[in-house]
Design a protein around this ligand. Structure first.
Ligand code: GDP
Length: 197
């Protein structure tokens, strides 16, 4: 899919204020610092579209972008801030869970995972939570340029293996790097395929 147009629409702190769900929607989520903003910018080819690294304690926003006047790309606030308080974490969970379970036009949730690390509990638990609710998701491993493909493959396999204990069907995986723009086209092709289904 070629990106001809990518525009910011709005930021929201409330699920009931989201734009009308008249277009297919794809959400991107992951731990803070996983490289979500960088990947979104690399995918749509616009450097400043998604802002990098929201700091803990800052307002957590659901950001909507419209791509090619055809679909919504949604940048969700990151989870797992080391320094965040319990109440902040609970607020995040309530807000995001509400969004994920109530948004009828949500086609797929792309869960971003740092390819440099072994499977982390917080990411696995989030995937289990999605799976339990039957929410469609795929895995996007980030920062592939930071180590060899062999190392990335080992970490990806371990993550898939951990999920296999819970799920019969392992979600589709992408290995990406925002730095060298790899894997971005594959995600966009997948979105294009779902849109034309
Ligand atoms: P976010 O908090 O998930 O939105 O993460 P950011 O996009 O702000 O990225 C966090 C840090 O990782 C920044 O310093 C980025 O420059 C860096 N980063 C993000 N993606 C990549 C990547 O693909 N390769 C490399 N080498 N660094 C990356």
């Amino acid at each position: 899919m070629q990106i001809k147009k990518a525009e910011f629409i709005c930021s929201n702190t409330r699920v009931d204020k989201l734009p009308e769900g008249k277009l297919p929607e794809y959400a991107f989520i992951g731990r803070s610092n996983v490289g979500k903003s960088s990947l979104i910018n690399a995918m749509v080819g616009k450097k400043g579209l998604a802002k990098t690294s929201q700091k803990p304690g800052k307002t957590q926003l659901i950001n909507h972008f419209i791509i090619n006047d055809d679909w919504f790309l949604v940048d969700l606030p990151g989870y797992g801030f080391a320094k965040t308080s319990k109440s902040n974490r609970e607020a995040w969970e309530k807000f995001i869970r509400r969004y994920l379970t109530h948004r009828d036009n949500l086609q797929c949730i792309f869960v971003l995972i740092d390819s440099r690390h072994e499977p982390q509990k917080i990411d696995l638990e989030f995937c289990y939570w999605l799976g339990e609710r039957g929410l469609p998701f795929m895995l996007v491993f980030t920062k592939a340029d930071k180590q060899s493909n062999v190392k990335s493959d080992v970490n990806m396999s371990k993550f898939r293996k951990a999920l296999a204990e819970w799920f019969e069907e392992i979600p589709k995986c992408f290995l990406t790097s925002a730095e060298v723009k790899s894997g971005c086209d594959a995600i966009l092709e997948t979105i294009g395929d779902i849109n034309t289904r």
